[in-house]
Design a protein around this ligand. Structure first.
Ligand code: ADP
Ligand code: MG
Length: 248
């Protein structure tokens, strides 16, 4: 078996008396789409935040591409190839779609300042930004619109383009279908299918139709622990998983 790209071992994070992640272990292989599912409050977002470095674990370790990143700040993890999107989309609403992504391209070219004028004019930023928008499935008709005017689905896809600007080896997606209508969810599913294989994806999602259509493997988080991990068919048939989460 190939060595995992991401290996999480014994991750624990306590908030007061509550263990949001409790001895959580997880492995994501290179290039796989790995879904992380589980009920609300299971600790999925907390797990993602520990992997990206926004939350420091109380115990456990995180290995990425064979190296221990447990104590690295988030910016260094991004440079190693870890990128994420948020459950709540964070965009510069007054800027256009293309400007938002051009600014992200600029940020990953190592500029410490963000120059608006360049995001508006510089083709060396705007051309890669267009490529990212295409990969993220954002319609060209939306590229010159203010992101504040976009639908929820389009905003999620712009955020995905921004995450891809970091050229990640592992992309962490926290509920990309949340709040989307059926056609927007289908568009996001198709976009993720198009990305599959080019990079590893850790996908937190409640839309089980999307999860089972996309995932190579699925891990199930309940009360901060991984109770099962395997191929979609195994997970779907697992009685413990069905009792804890899947209720169709
Ligand atoms: P999920 O993403 O699976 O819904 P979360 O990781 O957001 O779950 O939350 C796991 C548990 O930790 C929940 O009970 C939540 O209320 C709690 N929690 C998350 N973040 C904090 C925080 N910053 N302070 C206190 N409790 C938190
Ligand atoms: Mg969450």
């Amino acid at each position: 078996m190939t060595a995992p790209l991401l290996l999480v071992e014994g991750l624990r994070k306590r908030f007061g008396g509550l263990c949001a992640t409790d001895d959580l272990s997880l492995a994501v292989r290179p290039g796989e789409l790995h879904a992380l599912i589980g009920p609300n409050g299971a600790g999925k977002s907390t797990a993602i935040a520990q992997i990206t470095g926004e939350i420091r674990p109380d115990a456990g370790r995180i290995l990425f591409a064979g190296r221990d990143i447990t104590r690295l700040p988030p910016s260094r993890r991004v440079r190693r190839g870890l990128s994420r999107t948020f459950q709540i989309v964070q965009l510069l609403d007054e800027a256009t779609t293309l400007e938002n992504v051009a600014l992200a391209v600029q940020a990953h070219q190592g500029h410490s300042f963000r120059f608006w004028r360049d995001a508006r004019r510089d083709e060396r930023l705007r051309q890669p930004a267009r490529q990212l928008l295409l990969r993220a499935g954002v319609e060209a008709a939306l590229w010159e619109q203010r992101t504040g005017d976009l639908s929820a689905g389009a905003r999620k896809q712009v955020e995905l383009a921004i995450a891809l600007a970091a050229a990640p080896r592992l992309l962490l997606l926290d509920e990309p279908m949340a709040g989307l209508g059926p056609s927007e969810s289908r568009a996001m599913t198709e976009t993720l299918r198009g990305l599959k294989g080019r990079l590893a994806i850790l996908l937190v999602e409640h839309d089980m139709e999307a999860v089972f259509a996309l995932a190579d493997r699925v891990s199930v988080l309940v009360d901060g622990r991984c109770i099962a991990s395997g191929e979609p068919a195994e997970i779907r048939a697992d009685p413990a998983v069905r009792a804890a989460y899947l209720t169709e």
